[in-house]
Design a protein around this ligand. Structure first.
Ligand SMILES: Cc1ncc(COP(=O)(O)O)c(C=O)c1O
Length: 376
């Protein structure tokens, strides 16, 4: 393996060359059930025919015209996204971090004069210095301190009572992913939404991992009591190509001219795939199926008799299993046994199956997990 790439990522030790649906194959021809899916970005699985077709057609037209130009496909994507927030405004970008950064800047513009930004303990919102200010994990933050001043972290249950008239914005994930897979209780979500409404603090829902049907609804906010003013999306938005979006309620206002921007955001190539993604998320029963598949998967896992399993949590296709052993070593062993997964903290395994996963994939994944835990 070349040592030219930064060693940031540790390394999985295999190269994945191709995939179909819920499966990927490495250079040695080994097959894996993919419940990793590029950190959840391959939400539709691999080589989805509708997305592949959209990409192929788009590749023969203009790839990037520039965000100031009119573009039917970009406008189609914006119109669909706008509907998700009840008729709102949309900024298109290229990643989750960028979607958060836009939400942060927009909040600072719209609530100028307010000094506090609130976020959650265990929350994850990205790694640029702005997004990192809201991310909780000290391991990610400490090397870069001081980050943005005035960001305060509270446990999800203490958040509502700490929102006041000096709060510009509140950042929250409907389901904390990286922080250990903790779905927000609906009652808590409602309290947080009410407190934001009462104080006019802007509620930002980070749906970068939970959104677009993964958790059983187009937006997980709708099933966790959140009524956000701003929503951030990325990951599955272009089925694995870099794409992100920040959507906000129209009556909130807008960016001041030239206060933000992006060279590639909303480029025609990825927007064409996003248009296909959104028509499937918004106009088919994929989110409903995701809810059912997730319940089925968790029920299969709950049948595993292993003293290492301490808790099973999840919503739809965002699932976590808390263990009493280091999760990274289990992720590595699962990979050897043909199942790709990821961690969500030191003792929690995370599974991000795609919409392409079928009952037999969940059965096989549960079987591989059982066998793997027996090895520990
Ligand atoms: C909830 C959440 N927010 C933000 C991000 C950052 O997204 P990206 O890696 O696309 O910048 C992630 C990525 O895992 C995420 O899960």
């Amino acid at each position: 393996m070349s040592d030219s790439l930064s060693s940031l990522y540790g390394g999985r030790g295999i190269a994945v060359t191709h995939g179909r649906g819920s499966r990927v194959f490495d250079t040695a021809g080994r097959e894996y059930i993919d419940f990793f899916n590029g950190h959840g970005a391959s939400l539709f699985g691999h080589s989805d025919p509708i997305l592949t077709d959209a990409l192929q057609k788009a590749s023969r037209a203009v790839w990037t015209s520039g965000a100031g130009f009119e573009s039917p496909v970009r406008e189609k994507v914006a119109d669909e996204l706008s509907l998700m927030i009840g008729g709102g405004r949309v900024f298109l970008c290229n990643s989750g971090t960028e979607a958060i950064e836009a939400a942060l800047k927009l909040s600072l513009i719209l609530r100028k004069g307010r000094s506090r930004i609130l976020a959650c303990r265990r929350g994850f919102h990205g790694r640029s210095c702005g997004a990192l200010s809201m991310t909780f994990n000290p391991k990610y933050r400490d090397p870069f301190m001081p980050l943005m001043r005035n960001v305060e972290h509270f446990s999800v249950s203490d958040l509502a009572e700490n929102i006041d008239d000096d709060t510009a914005a509140v950042f929250i994930e409907p389901v904390q992913g990286e922080g250990g897979v903790f779905p927000l209780a609906e009652e808590t979500g409602k309290k947080i939404s009410d407190a934001c409404r009462r104080t006019s603090a802007i509620l930002v829902s980070d749906e970068i991992q939970s959104g677009l049907g993964r958790c059983g609804a187009p937006l997980a906010s709708s099933i966790t009591g959140l009524d956000p003013d701003i929503i951030c999306l990325a990951k599955g938005l272009a089925g694995g190509l870099p794409a992100g979006a920040t959507l906000w309620k129209k009556d909130l206002g807008d960016f001041t001219p030239h206060s933000h921007g992006s060279t590639y955001g909303g480029n025609e190539l990825t927007a064409s795939v996003s248009a296909a993604v959104l028509s499937m998320v918004m106009h088919t029963d994929l989110p409903l199926k995701a809810a059912e598949s997730g319940m089925y998967f968790r029920s299969r896992i709950s049948e595993i008799e292993s003293s290492h399993i301490k808790d099973i949590r999840g919503l739809g296709l965002l699932n976590g299993i808390e263990l009493d052993i280091p999760s990274l070593s289990v992720v590595k062993a699962l990979q050897k046994n043909g199942l790709l997964s990821l961690t969500a903290g030191p003792r929690t395994l995370r599974f991000l199956p795609s919409f392409a996963a079928e009952e037999k994939d969940f059965d096989n994944a549960a079987m591989i997990l059982k066998k793997t835990l027996e090895e520990f």
